[in-house]
Ligand binder design. Structure first.
Ligand code: C2O
Ligand code: CU
Length: 434
């Protein structure tokens, strides 16, 4: 496998470039997942055992305008099944890429056509949804950017995908995906952390939009951005009502954050663990913008999701399991409401347009990033205020959090922990909108 010319080493820190599809929008494309090997910075040989879409990790950055139809032809080049899920996009149910609930697994060598009109502008991503803890953990993910009809003016719109990989001493991906401890604790954490960037230089004084995506299967990243004076304008692809101060970013698996800011020096991505900071990547400064835009950072145009009405029901979702807690039915280490693995009956049934509460109570010793397909929801905060629209909410050990959702997208939708090792080991259920 030839190293893609665009996958250049940036500095010594290991940032890699995301392949661009060339044109500003690519509403028709083929995605071909297949085994690949790549040579990454600070390595002297190819890393084997990876999987990539169209020969690269991440897969090509898909860009489409809001309201424009996206047609993706999936060609399965794996020796295993394939499915693609469009994370966070409120697709029609048939396009959701979920086995049993929405489609059959695409066998090796076979093809499948996905076609939908993304209803919301924002930062989304696509990833394998078949044996996803393994296939995403080996590289099957990529960015999906839905552009606003009139995007905010910036000098650069840069995607940064975070991920981690577990490698062996021999220099390949560790292909043992069956270690009990990986399933029953924090997940399969990788030793090799990467930030994949769509651009490697900026000018001082440039206004940039940075789109961060956590594509790691299990790792929660806390990131401090350096060199950018700006604000958070969106989370999980959905605009915030007001731009929020840029503090450190806490990204559970699958979560996204959009930041707009002015470049004040090299942009650095520092990972924070306790009091320690480690630099994961940077975007270098080359030159100076002669006309920096110092104007205020405005909120993005609001999404057009329906506002919640009075909730008709409250559904309880109790998380149990993990190392030391095996008091539940089903096959795996983790359980929702005492059942491990997909139940035959949905967790909830809703009439189309119905507003409901879900009470997420984490009775385990580990954090869980709870993800609902096909919808965004809001957290119900103190004083009956609502949090931002999200598709994935991190619920820390012992916490209880209430969310409200307008179930307006008909079909059968997965609700699972996006720590993919947890979901593979039982932390998954579904809801039905009729
Ligand atoms: Cu990111 Cu079930 O998905
Ligand atoms: Cu979990």
């Amino acid at each position: 496998m030839q190293l893609d010319r665009r996958q250049l080493i940036i500095g010594g820190l290991g940032s890699l470039l995301i392949p661009q599809s060339g044109a500003a929008a690519s509403p028709d494309l083929t995605l071909r997942p297949a085994p690949i090997s790549v040579r990454w910075p600070s390595a002297n040989r190819d890393l084997t055992g990876l999987l990539g879409f169209n020969g690269s990790i991440p897969g090509p950055e898909i860009r489409v305008r809001q309201g424009e139809r996206l047609n993706v032809h999936l060609e399965n080049g794996l020796q295993d099944g394939a499915l693609v899920h469009w994370h966070g996009v409120r697709v029609p149910n048939k396009m959701d890429g979920v086995s049993i609930l929405t489609q059959e697994v695409v066998p090796p060598g076979a093809t499948y056509n996905y076609s939908f009109v993304p209803p919301d502008a924002g930062t989304f991503w696509y990833h394998s949804h078949y044996l996803s803890y393994e296939q995403v953990g080996r590289g099957l993910f990529g960015p999906l950017i839905v552009e606003e009809p009139n995007p905010p003016e910036v000098d650069h719109d840069i995607t940064a995908m975070l991920a981690d990989f577990r490698t062996t001493a021999e220099g390949g991906i560790d292909l043992d995906f069956s270690k009990m401890d990986d399933f029953s604790r924090e997940g399969r954490l990788g030793n090799l952390m990467r930030v994949f960037l769509s651009r490697d230089t900026v000018r001082l004084g440039d206004r940039v939009r940075l789109r961060l995506v956590n594509a790691a299967i299990d790792r929660v990243f806390r990131i401090k951005l350096g060199g950018l004076a700006g604000a958070i304008v969106a989370v999980d692809g959905m605009p915030l009502d007001m731009a929020a101060p840029l503090r450190s970013l806490h990204l559970a698996p699958a979560q996204r954050v959009d930041v707009i800011g002015l470049v004040t020096s090299e942009i650095s991505f520092d990972r924070i663990v306790g009091d320690n900071r480690t630099k994961l990547a940077h975007i270098a400064v080359a030159g100076r913008n002669p006309n920096p835009d110092q104007g205020p950072i405005a909120a993005l145009p609001p999404s057009n999701l329906p506002a919640p009405s009075n909730p008709s029901q409250t559904i309880d979702l109790a998380m149990r399991g993990g190392a030391g807690d095996s008091e539940h039915g089903g096959y795996g280490s983790w359980a929702f409401n005492g059942v491990s693995g997909m139940p035959a009956e949905p967790l909830g049934q809703f009439w189309q347009g119905e507003t409901a509460h879900i009470r997420l109570s984490n009775q385990t010793a580990f954090g869980h990033g709870i993800h609902l397909h096909g919808h965004h929801f809001r957290e119900v905060l103190e004083g009956d205020r609502y949090g931002p629209l999200r598709d994935t909410l991190l619920v820390e050990a012992g916490e209880e959090r209430m969310v409200v959702c307008v179930f307006d997208n008909p079909g059968r939708w997965l609700l699972h922990c996006h720590m993919l090792s947890h979901s593979a080991d039982g932390m998954a259920t579904w809801v039905e909108v009729i």
